[in-house]
Write a new protein. Sequence first.
Length: 240
Amino acid sequence: MPPEFMGDEASADSAALPADALDEEEMEEAGGPHKILKKKFIEGNAGFMSLVALALILGLAFCIERIIYLSLSEINAKKLLSDLEKKVEADDMEGAKEICRNTRGPVASLCYQGILRIKDSIDDIERSVENYAAVQVSNLEKGTSWIKLFIAIAPSLGFLGTVVGMVMAFEDIQQAGDISASIVAAGMKVALITTIFGIVVAVILQIFYNYILSKIEHLEAQMEESVVSLIDIIQNYKKK
């Protein structure tokens, strides 16, 4: 191929490169995504950006703690009730209590409360188990109010940082004595970074919060179903 055509082909190949490839090359030149994130963090109001980052860290800490707690609270409730039914039918109440004590989670605690009062009337047993279930539900929901607080406070801190940044931008305009588009755009860009960061933090925490709520609802449904089954087991035992 003649050399004069090779130059045209090379330029055509470079022009044919996809925009994503060029963006990746620019990111590599800038130092990677973490360097870009660090740069944006510094460009924003450092004080408010730090507060939003703190809200993210604390919110995630509460989320992780709740997820671990709720995951450990989940058990095979059907197997537990099957084992309890065998013990109750054999009139081995101590064995049934031992099974409940050796099983983690609110379902086992409710079953233990019912077996503990098996000599009482059915109404008293139901009342006792329902009251204890309310305590267990509050334990499941412990810490979720803090997660909701951080979901609300993260964008609020971002907006506050934006307002402060805009005030500082207007001060720069006043000092420069010029209201050119470049000065206004630069100030607004820096001011809006905190808002973006605050909204992103709120979205992340909201996803974790909804996942936690789904696990709590699953455990509550499991508790209700187990209580009904336990009452049936106790009623059958009393009929003998």
